[in-house]
Write a protein of this length. Structure first.
Length: 191
């Protein structure tokens, strides 16, 4: 009795099949160095992802609505920042109260604006409030909003203290030089 060998035909994959986007997504960065090592395209995807999470949280929107507003695919946001969302009673994905995603923010520094990486939404919100208070002082001359930040100690993603510019004269100089006129707190890739 002889055995007959059955050969399987090779499986052909369609040439037109779209490539999976999962392999092209950046890994979520944990430090400013990792963020800067990303390509400009991946930095932009990460910034849009973090902006989507923030938009969903602030506006109390679902993931899909916030992603549409920012202009990014909701699937991409979920893959990169899924831990920042939870399922509500109606089965929709909504933002959690806080998250631990890296944010690279642009804040006033002693010699102009500088990039600071923070590891959570709470610290990011505090830096945003500081930037607003500094801008309010420069535009209106009202230093009262800055008083809340005098003794505030904030840490960056590496655990180092973030030094906030509290000198009113220095803030005036930066404001009149146009350094504090940034359109967004979230950093963009540098060329």
């Amino acid at each position: 009795m002889s055995r007959r060998t059955v050969r399987k035909k090779p499986v052909r994959r369609s040439q037109n099949r779209r490539k999976s986007t999962e392999s092209h997504l950046p890994r979520p960065p944990h430090t400013l160095r990792q963020f800067r090592a990303m390509s400009a395209e991946h930095q932009e995807v990460w910034i849009q992802t973090v902006n989507t999470v923030t938009k969903a949280r602030v506006e109390k929107w679902t993931l899909s609505r916030a992603a549409r507003a920012i202009g990014i695919d909701a699937k991409t946001v979920r893959q990169l920042a899924g831990s920042a969302f939870r399922t509500d009673k109606r089965g929709r994905l909504v933002a959690t109260k806080r998250d631990s995603l890296l944010r690279v923010l642009t804040i006033p520094g002693p010699k102009g604006t500088r990039q600071v990486a923070v590891r959570n939404s709470h610290t990011g919100s505090q830096l945003g409030a500081y930037a607003d208070a500094a801008g309010k002082y420069v535009r209106r001359g009202d230093p009262s909003a800055l008083a809340a930040f005098r003794r505030l100690v904030l840490k960056d993603a590496n655990g180092r203290r973030i030094r906030l510019v509290m000198n009113l004269k220095k803030l005036n100089e930066l404001g009149h030089a146009g350094v504090l006129a940034f359109e967004s707190l979230y950093s963009r890739s540098e060329s």
